[in-house]
Every structure is written in C-alpha cells, then in structure tokens.
Ligand binder design. Sequence first.
Ligand code: FMN
Length: 352
Amino acid sequence: MDLFSPFPQRTLTLRNRIVVSPMCQYSAQDGVPNHWHLVHLGSRAVGGAAAVIAEATAVSPEGRISPQDVGLWNDAQLQAWRPITQFIREHGAVPGVQLSHAGRKASAHRPWEGGGALPAGQGDWTTVAPSAIPFDEGWHVPEALDAIGLRKVVSDFRAAAQRALAAGFQLIELHAAHGYLLHQFLSPLSNRRGDDYGGSFENRTRLLREIVAAVREVWPQELPLWVRLSATDWSEGGWDVEQSVRLARELKPLGVDLIDTSSGGLVAHAKIALGPGYQVPFAARIREEAQIATGAVGLITTPAQAAAVVAEGKADVVLIARESLRDPYFPRRAAQELGAAVPPPVQYQRAW
Ligand SMILES: Cc1cc2nc3c(=O)[nH]c(=O)nc-3n(C[C@H](O)[C@H](O)[C@H](O)COP(=O)(O)O)c2cc1C
C-alpha cells in the first residue's frame, strides 16, 4: 500500500492515508467550538490530510476533561460545528469527530494551567467511573455509575452521534483509550465492579459494545465508525494487547471499521517504552490477528516513516498529532518528498 493511495471507508474515499489525530484545544466556552477550531482544523484540511478528526468532544457536560472542552450535547454546539465540517469537506478532507467521556479524569485544569483535578469550589464537578477509585493522588474520587447512570452514558453517546451527523461530520471515532471512561471500564485496574459490567472480559467490554451498537443505530451504514483503543496499560494486571485483539474481533461485526491503536493513560505511573513509532507494532498485531483495518499513531514524524508503516502493511492509515501542529502542511510536504501529487488549493497554486 502506498501512503498516497486512496483508502475506501464504506461509501467514502479518503484521498490518502494521512489523518490528523484528535487533539484537545481546551479553548471552547460552554462546549461550543469557535473561530480557533475552524482555523485549526481547517488549516489541516488545506494541508492535505485525508481526514481531520476533531478533538475529544464530550457527550455530556460531566464528560469533559476540562471546562474548556468542546461538546456535542446540545444544539448550540451542533450549529457551531456546521461551518467547520463544511470547510473541511470543501477542502477535500473527511471531517471526523472523536466522541468522548472523561470519566474519573474529568473536572481537570487545562494543561497550561497546570493540569490535575480542579479544586473544590473552582468550577469542579462530580466525576463518574466504573468504580470509586481515583486516577491518582490528588484526583477526584469518582462515583461508581449505577444502572441509570450507565443507561445515560449509552444514550448520551447515541444522541451525540445523531448531532454529529446533523453537524456534517462523516466519521465518528469513539474514544476508548487514554484512561477515559470507556477505557476505565475495559481495564481491571480501574474496573472492580461485581455486576454485568465488571469482572470477566465480556463484562468489562460490555459498555463499549453497547455504545458501538447504540451509535450504529443512528450513524448511517454509509459512514465509517472508528474506535481508539489503548492497546496496553503498560502496567501489570491491566488491559493488554491480547485483550485488544480479542475486543477488535468482536467490534468488527458490530460495525466498527478501524481500530486507531494508541496506548497508556489509565494509570499515572505506567512505564512506557517511548520511541519512534513505538505503538506501530500494536496496530500491526491487531490488524493481522483481528483482520480489521488499523491506524498507527505515536511519534510518527517523518514522511519516510509514515510511508513505511503503510507500505509494510502495519496499518492502513497513520495518524499524525504533534507533527501536524508543527506543520499543518505535513501531508503536502510528505507528498513532495515522496514524489506524489497533492494539488494545492487554486488560491495557492503560484507557490507550487
Ligand atoms: C495537544 C494534544 C492534544 C491531544 N488530545 C487528544 C484527544 O483529544 N484525543 C486523543 O485521543 N488523543 C489526544 N492526544 C494524543 C494524540 O492524538 C496522539 O495520540 C499522541 O500525541 C501521539 O501522537 P504524536 O506523536 O503524533 O503526537 C493529544 C495530543 C496532543 C499533543
């Protein structure tokens, strides 16, 4: 496979294999995206990416990481996303949204204000999780979700998917990675429940499977649904690659088209073996063993490296995060370096 070959996804065709990874901007008020989000996401569509996935977008106010996260829990947010998705589409990229619930990692400061839990009385809120176990010292002790709470989480994801469609998004990615709510259910380190949602593999994966099914009820068969997983917790007794492969196998028949393969985020003191393309082997293994398309992400920073991941069949797409902050034109630069043609917008032709 070639980095610049088209990638069919249901009735859509991604124009190449480079996707802008979801990245929180922590710059919204009341969950409503604004000019920053339009310019940030729009620039990366102009930059030549095949799909641009908007940051972790909360399905409910309590599902935000920080008070400044974007959301899709009301119609004001839906309306504000419309011009953004329209602009991305006009520039040949598929607009995607990552639907998310932060669980026990919610109610936090944005990173440049220090990160960590919001102190009591400073706009904090009660967080929820599978079990009443905090993320780390100094973090909120979450409330364990009861049956009604679980039903609400499923219906919030379904309603957000409906709004995503009305807002013009063409790709949904469910955020089940990085230690947020859905990942908290998957991992035995954060899920100590004794009911149908904890204990066995089937029980720990139940909430995610229910959400996939609920989203698929309202998200058209014509459009792709991706899931981001942390393939491993990098921690003894936690979620691991074997379970990720098994889960990927079960998600495919439920209508999931691709596993965006990340890692970590569940526990604060995990020992992560960082290095260039360090998560690519997880994407390759899930792709091979679960026979599902995968995305590789994490320290992929050069065109040659991105091209090799796809050429060697380790993943179907690469997701680029920080390098696309440094250079929104990364896909165009990669095309130039690798001798592929990505025509610039007509307004910019004289520069090429
Ligand atoms: C500023 C910033 C915000 C991020 N926000 C999200 C997010 O909203 N959802 C998510 O799944 N990952 C998020 N990530 C992780 C990236 O999507 C990506 O997985 C990670 O940065 C590794 O890729 P990279 O080495 O290309 O940066 C964020 C990363 C950065 C740098």
